[in-house]
Ligand binder design. Sequence first.
Ligand code: ADP
Length: 745
Amino acid sequence: MTLTNARELSAFVSRNSNLSETVLGEIMDAVPVAIYMTDAHGRLTYFNPAAAKLSGRSPEIGTDQWCVTWKIFLSDGTPLRDDQCPMAVALTGGEAPAGMECMAERPDGTRFWFTPYPAVLRDAEGRVVGGINVLIDITERKNAHREVSEQFRAIVETTPQCVKVVAPDGTLLFMNPPGLEMLGASCPAAVIGQSVYNVIAPEDQERFRVFNQMICGGKRGSLQFEIVGLKGARRHMETHAAPLQHADGTTVHLAVAHDITERKRAEGSSFLLSAVVDSSDDAIISKDLDGVISSWNKSAERLFGYTGEEAIGQTVASLLIPEDRQEEEPDILARLRRGERVDHFETVRRRKNGSLIDISLTISPVKDLEGAIIGASKIARDITESKRVRAKLMESEARFRQLADSMPQMVWTARPDGSVDYFNERWYEFTGFGRETRGDTNWERILHPEDLQRTRDSWGAAVSSGQPYNVEYRFRDRRENRWRWFIGRALPVRDGTGKVVKWFGTSTDIDEQKRVEDQLRRANQDLEQFAFSASHDLQEPLRSIKIYSELLMKRHAHSLDGEALKFMSFLRNGATRMETLVRDLLTYTQATRFDEPPKVTDANEALKTALANLSGAIGESGAQVTTGPLPSLPVNGTHLQQLFQNLIGNALKYRSPKRPPAVHVEAERQSENWVFSVADNGIGIDPEYKENIFGLFKRLHTSGEYSGTGIGLAICRRIVDRYHGRIWVESEPGRGSIFRFTLPV
Ligand code: ADP
């Protein structure tokens, strides 16, 4: 059956509920739920007081249509025309949505939320006779809900943690500003709507995928993972997630995540710290302000002999400090309480076995989070060995100083960087400097200005290369008020790894030596000059003597008697000898007058020239000259040729009458030198004269026995000297001689 109006409804209800129509009418009027009824055209036929109260108005019966309310809006705020209101939809045959939430505005402007429950009333034939609508006031619930979502929004916006919503496929649907900041996103669009995997560390992506599926599958959970922000920064995150019913019916992943990078780092560093403490060679102990030990590492056990269990809970004073040092601990504790640090305090402590040990203590106060001092950490280092080394070092240093002070030279030492850190007594005596002016550059103050830069440069070069230093310079001699020449030498002292740890240097007075050298050089020059001009000037009168004695012989030989002829021949021989002598002397003075740098000379070539010059003597004596392989070397070709010519010439001249001469020339390399040898089978030389023969005019024979001037070997020595070489002879009288000389490679 279908009811047409409230009266019928009341009648129907009263019939079936044993309630009278009047009573039902009274009930409808009294119920606190808004109810109104309309005819088939929607015109209002009834509304109860609750409806009037809710809508804030008294509609006109028979005139107002569809609604009891004044203005209606949908839940999203769009206004709804009266003829589209749920009641109108129901009456005009439409399907009014059940349980929809609407908002209405009262004439006074206030608003309320309600859910309409419209129903169509039909008569027995099924014709629409009217409608009834019940409006349930949901304002309170709505407000409560809005309050909750407001609160939620406030929480999400104010929490410093990252709040995010992730779709099952990984799309980031929402993220609050702190989350965006953690990702380094300048605006929400940079990440929202994108895949969350873009910012998850590659190694954690798979774990996150599984986690996301689990949450979107309706479970709750937590996960630690790393993100790589848009600017590349990595962070450790810890997320707590729950499933969230999304508006479109899907379940998404709501998570609150916080940055645990610092915690991880702290965990890492505290792990590291404990590893360091455990592996340290130093004993590391902590104690409270009463001196009670609270931690004890492995090295403390090794150093003092007590295990951690034995030591922790004991006081440092009772366990480690010897009787005679007990006063140290209160002092240390007092300093710690004042927040002071105790650095490298050297003292003695007692081991478990009673033995004493030299240690160096560094103690620092430990503070709690509020900054209050609650104890101390203490590092104890065994310095028995370093004390011993130091004592030894001091002893050797003292010995060194004693030695250095007794030396006639000035002695100094410098640090690896070249700064002088010690001068011996001699330095202060010489310079008159006070001991406080020791070191660094004060040696420059007495250096000759012309030698300053050169000396500085050499010293700088030695320090940077680690090569020995060797330089001549002048120091001011304050006593004699003049400059004196010194030779400065320094050698680097290296440690086991080859690193320079010190420089050891000396300054030796070479003033006298320099002076003598100078004099000698000058005297030599004078002598050379004299010998050169003397021999040169002698040639002229000699030539006259020779010419006139020959003329005399040629023109007047017939008028001279036997004795006069003999005298004439003496005169001629004498003049010839004199001529040879003068020529040889000239050769001698000029022997080393080559100033240009020597070119490389092939010794074979030099020998060939010498032999060619000697071909007459070789042919006449029937000598055999053999040679070994000869090198090329940086000496003047004429010098080498002169050497060969003199030595081979002598070998032929001083040949044994018993056998034809045999001469052998060869060269052998010995490190930085070539050692040449010219060996003969001649008369040999008495060992007594081995040195003598290299002197000028030194001869072992008269010119009657062997012709000669005694200059040949002197020339040889002069040439070899010029190349800083050596010349000597090995000989056995009667058997032969070997002349050797060295020249540079
Ligand atoms: P000189 O040959 O003109 O006398 P040198 O200076 O060449 O002058 O030689 C000095 C001296 O050394 C010679 O007088 C000779 O007594 C001796 N002497 C040089 N070479 C030989 C040699 N090969 N064998 C023996 N004696 C030598």
